[in-house]
Each structure stands twice: as structure tokens, then as C-alpha cells.
Write a protein that binds this ligand. Structure first.
Ligand code: C2E
Ligand code: MG
Ligand code: MG
Ligand code: MG
Length: 293
């Protein structure tokens, strides 16, 4: 009857609702547990850095040399194994843990640069990703100075990557902080360029060295004519501002060929090299050149 049908619907609705609650509780519980574990992860030494090469795009059919590495954070969880940033970076930011973890990243890169400097004839710069929370901290340049001085590392071996949205949150403060870092000798680049919004007036005022074209513009090259137009425009803009251009997410030879034809300076992506533990970087450096023929 209509009655039982209605009763059934109600029952069903309530079950769905309870299921929803249970799922929400499970998610909230997992999130709380992750947060708790992240609080302990630093002192337990569970963070590690992987390094992804950036390679120079020689003109013609020349081979590319490694022009730098980017340090990418990983969390070695005792049960979950290696956890990628998208699963925990936002939690680090929301809880403020990104400040101590971010300092650990800088110190660890400095330590690694020191080790490489005593082992290798020449060491390429290493890029560190900064978060909005770190840039929002007026003390950042002094923190960086203290870490770099303590490690005795050449500041020009350090690069910082910042996104447009981070820079535009408080552009005047960003100009001050970037200018200080630049005076210390570090390189500065804009990450994921093209996905946020940036004022060209500010782009000129930030003391930048490079723009990194976001991988969403690279993905459909060379077929997508919009992406090709955007990529060429970014390269041209960067070059007229005297900035180097690095393309992210280069996964195929077709991507590479298109970017080379457009005059892109450097590339990064699975085609040239995935992020690897520090121990594997020496082998990459030892290769005469990366496979970008
Ligand atoms: P990002 O700085 O834009 O880094 C590039 C991301 O793209 C990395 O993901 C890298 O592994 C991945 N990638 C590189 N080449 C390719 C490719 O050819 N194809 C595809 N599909 N992906 C590629 P990952 O390591 O998972 O890092 C994700 C994001 O997490 C980074 O994006 C960065 O915003 C953030 N992150 C990583 N390490 C740190 C850190 O130490 N501090 C902060 N604040 N953020 C970090
Ligand atoms: Mg980056
Ligand atoms: Mg990026
Ligand atoms: Mg497209």
C-alpha cells in the first residue's frame, strides 16, 4: 500500500542519512588521526624529500643537461607507506604545521646541498616549494638566512617556488619578502603559472628569475591550439621580462618538441625524470645528459 511505500522510503531515507553520518564520522576520524600523526611525523623523522630534475632544452637536436632539482615532500607513514603531498599539505597548512615542516624542508635541502657539494664537482640549484602560510610570515627571510648560514650553503644554490595566488594575497608584503630573499642570493620562480591570476604590474616588481608554465597547458600540446597559443604567449611574456621559462608536466617527446619549437628554456616532467630519492640523484648527474635528444 501507499503507507508501506512511504514507510519504506522513510526507513530508506533514515538509513541513507545514518550511512552518511557514519561516513562523515569516518572521514572526520581519519582526518583527526592524520592530523595527530602529522604532529608527530616531524620528530619521528617520517618526512623525506624526493628530487625531480629540470633539464635545459638545448637548441637543435642537442641533449639537455640538468639545470636544477626540485625538492618534493613525501611522508613515509608507518602503515600507509609513502604518502603524496595532496594527502597532507593542506592539513599542514590549516594546522600551521607547515611552518616547522617548511623549516625542516629548507634545512634538509641545505644539508643535502652540503653533502652533494663535497661529493660532486658541480652542484645544480635546488628549488623549494613555499606555502602561502610561510610567505605570510614576515619572519621568513630571517628564518631562511639563519638556516642557510648555519648550514654554510651557497645561497645561490637555493631557489624558491611560489604560486601566483600566494603572491597576490598581499603583493606588497610579497615584494618585501622576495626582495630580501633575492638580496640573500636566492633564485625565485612562479610555480603553476597561468592557473592563478597575477597582475602584470606586480609581475614586473617581484624580483623573479623564472616562470614555470603549469602542466595543464602542456598536457594537450601540440594538438590543442589554445594551449599552444597560451604557452607561446607565456614564453614571450617571460622573455620580454628577462625571465627564464620552465615547462612542467612534460610527459612525451611531442610535448618536448613543441616546447623546444616555442623557445622554452627548460623542461621538467616524467619524460625527463620522475621525482626520486636523493640517493638516485648522483646517477642522474652522472649521465652525460638527459634523454631529450
Ligand atoms: P608542484 O610544486 O607544482 O610540483 C609538481 C608536481 O607535479 C609534483 O607532484 C610532481 O611529482 C608532479 N609532476 C612532475 N612531473 C610530472 C608529469 O610529467 N606529469 C604529472 N602528471 N605530474 C608531474 P607532488 O610531488 O605530488 O607535489 C604536489 C604539490 O605539492 C607540489 O606541486 C607543491 O605545490 C606541493 N609540495 C610538494 N612539496 C612541497 C613542500 O616541500 N612544501 C610545500 N609548501 N609544498 C610542497
Ligand atoms: Mg613546484
Ligand atoms: Mg607546479
Ligand atoms: Mg586545453
Amino acid at each position: 500500500s501507499a503507507d508501506t511505500a512511504m514507510y519504506g522510503a522513510k526507513q530508506n531515507g533514515r538509513n541513507n542519512y545514518q550511512f552518511y553520518l557514519a561516513e562523515m564520522n569516518a572521514n572526520a576520524a581519519l582526518r583527526l588521526q592524520t592530523e595527530h600523526q602529522l604532529h608527530l611525523a616531524l620528530e619521528r623523522g617520517e618526512f623525506e624529500l624526493h628530487y625531480q630534475p629540470k633539464v635545459k632544452l638545448a637548441t637543435g637536436a642537442g641533449m639537455g643537461k640538468i639545470s636544477g632539482f626540485e625538492a618534493l615532500l613525501r611522508w613515509r607513514h608507518p602503515e600507509r607507506g609513502l604518502v603524496a603531498p595532496f594527502e597532507f599539505i593542506s592539513i599542514l597548512e590549516e594546522t600551521g604545521l607547515i611552518l616547522p615542516v617548511g623549516e625542516w624542508v629548507i634545512a634538509e635541502v641545505c644539508r643535502q646541498l652540503g653533502a652533494w657539494s663535497s661529493a660532486w664537482a658541480s652542484v645544480p640549484p635546488v628549488a623549494i616549494n613555499l606555502s602561502a602560510r610561510q610567505l605570510g610570515h614576515a619572519g621568513l627571510p630571517d628564518t631562511v638566512r639563519a638556516i642557510v648560514e648555519a648550514a654554510g650553503v651557497d645561497p645561490s644554490l637555493l631557489e624558491f617556488e611560489l604560486t601566483e595566488s600566494m603572491l597576490m594575497l598581499d603583493p606588497e608584503a610579497a615584494v618585501r619578502i622576495l626582495t630580501d630573499l633575492k638580496r640573500q642570493g636566492m633564485r625565485l620562480s612562479v610555480d603553476d603559472f597561468g592557473t592563478g591570476y597575477s597582475s602584470l604590474a606586480y609581475l614586473k616588481r617581484f624580483p623573479l628569475d623564472a616562470l614555470k608554465i603549469d602542466r595543464t597547458f602542456v598536457r594537450d600540446l601540440p594538438g590543442d591550439s589554445d594551449d599552444a597559443a597560451i604557452t607561446k604567449a607565456v614564453i614571450s611574456l617571460a622573455h620580454s621580462l628577462n625571465l627564464k621559462v620552465v615547462a612542467e608536466g612534460v610527459e612525451t617527446i611531442a610535448h618536448l618538441d613543441a616546447l623546444r619549437a616555442f623557445g622554452c628554456d627548460e623542461i621538467q616532467g616524467y619524460y625527463v625524470g620522475r621525482p626520486v630519492p636523493a640517493a638516485q640523484c648522483a646517477a642522474l648527474m652522472a649521465e652525460e645528459s638527459m634523454a631529450v635528444a
